[in-house]
Design a binder for this molecule. Structure first.
Ligand code: GRF
Length: 205
């Protein structure tokens, strides 16, 4: 068995996707090791969960690191220090800077709660995504795991899962069913990367 893939997380809020990945590592469903958690939000559930799990937890934001490029450099240095191989965005509400993107090019993943390229981009986050899906009269929705580039919700798609839209769905009920699939899909996709079934350019194993 190859050595566990070292994962770094960036998350702004609850961190339930991050937790699902940590849990998958614990049970061995995901042959990876959560190595560091970074959040721009000092009060985030993600940082609390990381501390609870004994994973290094860092609050790095425009407040802790003001000035152009300084935060980007700190994020990049933190990920590098913890020997992160794959960066997992998990509800991270900020754009990554050029240094981090260049250093981890092709090794940064995000999960989005809709079937990209539909319902993605600036403004499509939280319940607004599911609201738009319902307003468009879509018959199905579901999460997308994709590679991250300079634009929001834009890089190549690695995996998607389908969730039927049900009659009477509200943004909240649809979000809950999609979220359950996010947790499963993110762990499965990372395990496929760990096994070499999905090959990431730039990931040396
Ligand atoms: C998820 O819906 C994810 O798709 C989106 O942000 C949300 C994060 O939720 N990018 P959580 O913090 O993982 O619970």
């Amino acid at each position: 068995m190859a050595r566990p893939l070292r994962l770094g997380f960036l998350a702004s809020h609850n961190g339930s996707n991050m937790q699902a990945l940590i849990d998958a590592c614990k049970t061995g469903r995901l042959e990876a090791r959560p190595s560091v958690v970074i959040s721009n939000n000092s009060e985030s559930g993600a940082l609390a969960r990381a501390r609870q799990e004994g994973i290094p937890a860092c609050h790095l934001s425009g407040h802790t690191h003001p000035g152009p490029g300084v935060l980007d450099q700190a994020i990049c240095a933190t990920l590098t220090h913890h020997q992160v191989e794959v960066v997992c965005l998990a509800g991270y509400m900020k754009r990554l800077g050029p240094q981090t993107l260049a250093t981890f090019r092709g090794r940064v993943l995000n999960i989005h709660p809709a079937l990209l390229p539909k319902f993605g981009g600036e403004g499509y986050y939280g319940q607004a995504v599911h609201q738009a899906v319902l307003e468009a009269g879509e018959k199905e929705s579901g999460p997308t795991v994709h590679l991250v580039d300079e634009q929001y919700d834009h890089g190549p798609v690695l995996a998607q899962a389908r969730v039927l839209v049900l009659e009477g769905d509200t943004p909240a009920t649809l979000a809950a069913r999609v979220l359950a699939q996010e947790h499963r899909l993110y762990a499965e996709t990372l395990q496929r990367i760990a096994m070499g079934e999905i090959v990431l350019e730039g990931l040396k194993r």
